[in-house]
Ligand binder design. Structure first.
Ligand SMILES: Nc1nc2c(ncn2[C@@H]2O[C@H](COP(=O)(O)OP(=O)(O)OP(=O)(O)O)[C@@H](O)[C@H]2O)c(=O)[nH]1
Length: 200
């Protein structure tokens, strides 16, 4: 029987409660969105196999509870992650300010050299925006990590961001990261989905 995947990557989403971590994972794994808010208790995961640079990569995406009371449980999962996705809500300044604390938590708990990425979610509700795109971009740039504004609701930059992180991990683990670089193969249509939010 043909092997179902070539590589298995464990990704972890962290960020304040209510920023949309669960919705981003559901959009990515099931292409679905539900506006009913059920706060995650502890930790959960979903899987999706994608194609990155000609390889079948099974992404095991771990969803953590943003609430402080679950911190001890969730930080225990940092160590096994190959990629960590930091999420804030563009309509909630506090969730953006707290990214610094989440980054500190990565330093304390994750493996050195873990690939990271910053997402400003809920970019579909521009009218309620409190954090500018430039602010998010700058923070990511200062830390040398990728940045996307996303919308789990309108399906903007969700596949693109997960695939970009998977590519980062693949390149990091590759023995021959030559100067020519490697390309991520995004098979879904990216044009119409990236209209509202800028992709770096
Ligand atoms: N407009 C809009 N609402 C969103 C988006 N993503 C999530 N939401 C809403 O935000 C609320 C919280 O979403 P969740 O995905 O449960 O948030 P979370 O970060 O997983 O929260 P915790 O599990 O408590 O850590 C829900 O009511 C969602 O419907 C988005 O892209 N746009």
């Amino acid at each position: 029987m043909a092997k179902k995947y070539d590589l298995l990557y464990k990704l972890l989403l962290i960020g304040d409660s209510g920023v949309g971590k669960t919705c981003l994972i559901i959009r990515f794994s099931e292409d679905n969105f539900n506006s009913t808010y059920i706060s995650t208790i502890g930790i959960d995961f979903k899987v999706k196999t994608v194609e990155v640079d000609g390889k079948k990569v099974k992404l095991q995406v771990w969803d953590t509870a943003g609430q402080e009371r679950f911190k001890t449980i969730t930080t225990a999962y940092y160590r096994g992650a190959m990629g960590i996705i930091l999420v804030y809500d563009i309509t909630d300044e506090k969730s953006y300010e707290n990214i610094q604390n989440w980054m500190k938590s990565i330093k304390e708990n994750a493996s050195a050299g873990v690939s990271q990425m910053l997402l400003g979610n809920k970019c579909d509700i521009e009218a309620k925006r409190k954090v500018s795109r430039e602010t998010g971009e700058k923070l990511a740039k200062d830390h040398g990590i990728r940045f996307f504004e996303t919308s789990a609701k309108s399906s903007i930059n969700v596949d693109e961001s997960f695939l970009a992180l998977a590519l980062d991990i693949l390149q990091k683990s590759s023995k021959k990261p030559g100067p020519t670089g490697r390309e991520v193969k995004i098979t879904s249509s990216t044009e119409k989905k990236t209209s509202k939010c800028v992709l770096l």
